[in-house]
Write a protein of this length. Structure first.
Length: 202
């Protein structure tokens, strides 16, 4: 092999390694930027003094509905009772979960002021998605709160949040424990769970 061929082949190898590294970095960074954008939008709404709480609540609900993978979360929180979800009840169930998550958690968020989000790192879980680690410093709190985001891609390749861990507790997993406990005491009747969710969402 001549000297020129060695130089050319080495250049190609270096270029390929750099390109693949940049592509990997871009893919990892994309999830972090996406989460950071959600955090900033949410905190901006909370800190907007010119908006009344009922309007803030609607805007926060929209953020939840747009960015959460409602269907996947809905099936996950059923645990072993997922197999009992029939076609007749599925539409009402998915809607009740969407209403419950968006309305209940939006109301809870209203008690918080604005603040700043800081992305710490993200961890690639392969087919299971990415965990984006962040901390939020609320304006009235002396210490930041750790919030980790489990980000997955839906079937269209769009980022969605599957779960959120706040101070060490995964929200969807905690809700799964609550739901399965309720169903175990009610003969696995998903219709009763829907009724309970609808009451809590009012």
């Amino acid at each position: 092999m001549t000297g020129n061929k060695i130089v050319i082949n080495t250049s190609i190898l270096v270029f390929t390694l750099i390109f693949n590294f940049n592509l990997l970095f871009a893919n990892n960074n994309e999830a972090s930027l996406w989460v950071e954008n959600i955090g900033k939008n949410t905190l901006s709404i909370l800190g907007e003094q010119s908006i009344e709480n009922n309007k803030k609540e609607i805007l926060l609900e929209e953020i939840f509905i747009k960015n959460l993978d409602i269907r996947r979360i809905s099936l996950f929180v059923l645990g072993p009772y997922r197999k009992d979800l029939d076609k007749e009840s599925s539409g009402k169930y998915f809607q009740s979960i969407e209403d419950f998550i968006s309305k209940v958690y939006a109301k809870r968020l209203l008690s918080y002021p604005s603040g700043n989000i800081k992305i710490i790192k993200n961890e690639d879980k392969g087919k299971r998605g990415k965990i984006v680690y962040s901390s939020i410093q609320f304006n009235d709190r002396p210490k930041p709160i750790s919030i980790d985001w489990w980000v997955i891609k839906n079937r269209y390749g769009i980022n969605k949040v599957f779960d959120i861990r706040i101070s060490g507790i995964w929200m969807a997993q905690e809700q799964r424990s609550t739901f399965t406990s309720f169903l175990s005491k009610n003969d696995g009747d998903i219709k009763k769970l829907i009724e309970r969710l609808n009451v809590q969402s009012r």
